[in-house]
Design a protein. Structure first.
Length: 227
C-alpha cells in the first residue's frame, strides 16, 4: 500500500480549513494538482500517484485497487464527510464508460505506457465552497460547473463534495468540492490515451477553470444579496 497516513494528512491540510478568513473579502481557493508518479514543478507537488487512487479518495471508497494494491481503509472510514458525488460523462458516452473506475484505470495505463514517470494521467481539481451558501445549493453548483466547463467539452469527470459540521455548528471539514478530470483521451478510438490539454491540462485552461468557479460563487452571492 503506497498511500500513507502522512499522505492523507497532507491532503487534508489543503482542504481550505481557513475559518479565520472573511468569507467575502478574499478570492476563493481553487487548486489544480497533477496526478502522476513523480511530476513536480516549483512548489506544485503531485497528488496521489494514480487516477484510480484519487477517484477512490474523493469517493471515500477503499474497495478499488490500482497498480500499487489496495486503497487505504481510512478512505472508507471517512465516508461521513461525503455529501454527494458521481461520475459525469458526455451524453454520447458509451455504456462501458460508466463502469466504476474504468476510465481512471485506462488513464493510468496510458500514462504508464509512456515510460515517463512524470506523465500525467489526470488532474485533481479542488474548489472551496463558501460556508455561507446553503447546503442545498452545493450539488447544483458543482454539477453545473462540471457539466458546462468540462463535460460539455468532452471530458469525463468524477466529482464529490466533502463537508462535516460539528454539534456546535463549527466546520470540522469546511465545504469543498473535488473533481478528477482525465488528462488523456478516454474514448476507445485511434486517439485513446493521447494527452488532452483542453480539459484541464494547460496553465491557461486551469486559470479559466478557477475563474469559472469563482464567477459562479460571485453570482450566487449576488443572488443572496438580493434575496
Amino acid at each position: 500500500m503506497y498511500v500513507s497516513n502522512d499522505d492523507i494528512a497532507a491532503m487534508k491540510r489543503i482542504l481550505f480549513k481557513r475559518a479565520d478568513r472573511s468569507d467575502s473579502d478574499r478570492p476563493l481557493d481553487v487548486a489544480i494538482r497533477p496526478i502522476s508518479l513523480c511530476w513536480r514543478v516549483n512548489d506544485r507537488a503531485p497528488s496521489y500517484k494514480t487516477a484510480v487512487a484519487n477517484a477512490a479518495y474523493i469517493c471515500r471508497d477503499d474497495e478499488p485497487k490500482d497498480r500499487y494494491g489496495d486503497m487505504p481503509h481510512a478512505f472508507a472510514t471517512r465516508r461521513y464527510e461525503l455529501r454527494a458525488g458521481g461520475l459525469m460523462l458526455p451524453s454520447s458516452a458509451p455504456k462501458w464508460a460508466e463502469e466504476p473506475y474504468r476510465i481512471w484505470r485506462e488513464a493510468d495505463a496510458a500514462a504508464d505506457a509512456t515510460g515517463d514517470p512524470t506523465a500525467v494521467s489526470a488532474w485533481h481539481v479542488m474548489c472551496e465552497i463558501p460556508a455561507t451558501l446553503a447546503p442545498s445549493t452545493w450539488e447544483p453548483l458543482v454539477r453545473d460547473f462540471v457539466a458546462n466547463e468540462l463535460v460539455a467539452k468532452g471530458a469525463a469527470a468524477q466529482w464529490a463534495i466533502h463537508a462535516m459540521q460539528g454539534d456546535d455548528g463549527e466546520w470540522i471539514v469546511a465545504p469543498h468540492a473535488h473533481v478528477i478530470v482525465s488528462a488523456r483521451r478516454w474514448r476507445h478510438d485511434a486517439r485513446q490515451g493521447e494527452r488532452h490539454s483542453a480539459w484541464a491540462g494547460s496553465f491557461r485552461r486551469q486559470q479559466n477553470l478557477a475563474e469559472a468557479w469563482r464567477k459562479r460563487i460571485r453570482n450566487r452571492r449576488g443572488l443572496l444579496a438580493f434575496a
